[in-house]
Design a protein around this ligand. Structure first.
Ligand SMILES: C[S@@+](CC[C@H](N)C(=O)[O-])C[C@H]1O[C@@H](n2cnc3c(N)ncnc32)[C@H](O)[C@@H]1O
Length: 232
């Protein structure tokens, strides 16, 4: 693994990212809305799978491959996966997605919470594109770096030990399209804020999940998930 990936892994091996369960639950809820219908046995790749929460719902009926560069995250994912009965044995890979050689293509690729930690978005997109089946889909997430709330947010100002990739939503969409993807759907949510941030994790999820569906609150949306495909 190159040094950037080592620093990223070190960050995720030691930081309490997983404490924000409201955030993971919101992502799960949106993936559930955006995802295409997958028939039994289709393959799913979860890039930067973290504790595996986002690929867990696919485990029962799909062939899941989960990759992450952080060992501590993968230990949690392994434990989660071992508690689900599935017809298909999930494959868990410790490594850098950008340099890992996959031997097959995928019907659905999840890339959630990862873009900010990758230096070269074009490289990431071209690898995802190449790994997608011709009729496959990917769901890719970003925090909109142009959003007024992101600029002063704790997560954008935090010291990661490396420069975060800060890309605005419009530039991100342009890069997706320049990489050959067709944008099919998008949906977003708001990061937590006072006084909602005083609620329990479940409470924050409940409120933010309601808010994201009310158009008048759209101006709060800083986190975006895009469903893309190779064909229109
Ligand atoms: C913010 S977490 C997101 C975890 C999960 N996808 C979620 O949304 O809850 C980012 C994860 O991506 C992993 N990651 C970052 N860069 C990576 C790379 N180049 N290859 C594999 N995993 C990577 C980190 O180790 C970390 O577990």
């Amino acid at each position: 693994m190159d040094s950037r990936v080592n620093v990223v892994s070190n960050f995720f091996n030691t930081q309490p990212y997983l404490d924000n369960t409201f955030n993971i639950a919101l992502r799960e809820s949106i993936i559930n809305e955006l995802k295409p219908k997958l028939i039994l046995g289709k393959s799913v790749l979860d890039i930067g799978c973290g504790d595996g929460s986002l690929s867990l719902p696919f485990l029962k009926s799909n062939k899941v491959v989960a990759i992450d560069s952080a060992k501590a995250m993968l230990l949690k994912a392994k434990l989660k996966f071992s508690q689900v009965e599935s017809n298909y044995e999930p494959e868990i890979i410790e490594g850098d997605f950008l340099s890992y050689s996959f031997s097959k293509k995928f019907d659905l690729i999840l890339c959630i919470g990862v873009v900010a930690h990758i230096e070269n978005i074009e490289l990431l997109f071209s690898k995802i594109y190449d790994l997608l089946e011709d009729d496959g889909h990917a769901i890719i997430q970003i925090s909109d770096a142009d959003h007024y709330r992101y600029k002063n947010s704790k997560s954008s100002l935090q010291n990661y030990g490396y420069e975060l990739n800060k890309t605005g939503k419009q530039e991100f969409i342009k890069k997706l399209i320049n990489s050959g993807f067709k944008l099919k759907k998008q949906s977003g949510y708001s990061w937590s804020f006072f006084p909602i941030s005083r609620f329990s994790q479940k409470g924050q999820f409940f409120i933010l999940n309601k808010i994201r569906k009310v158009p008048v609150f759209n101006f709060l949306t800083s986190e975006w998930l895009f469903l893309v495909s190779k064909v229109a």
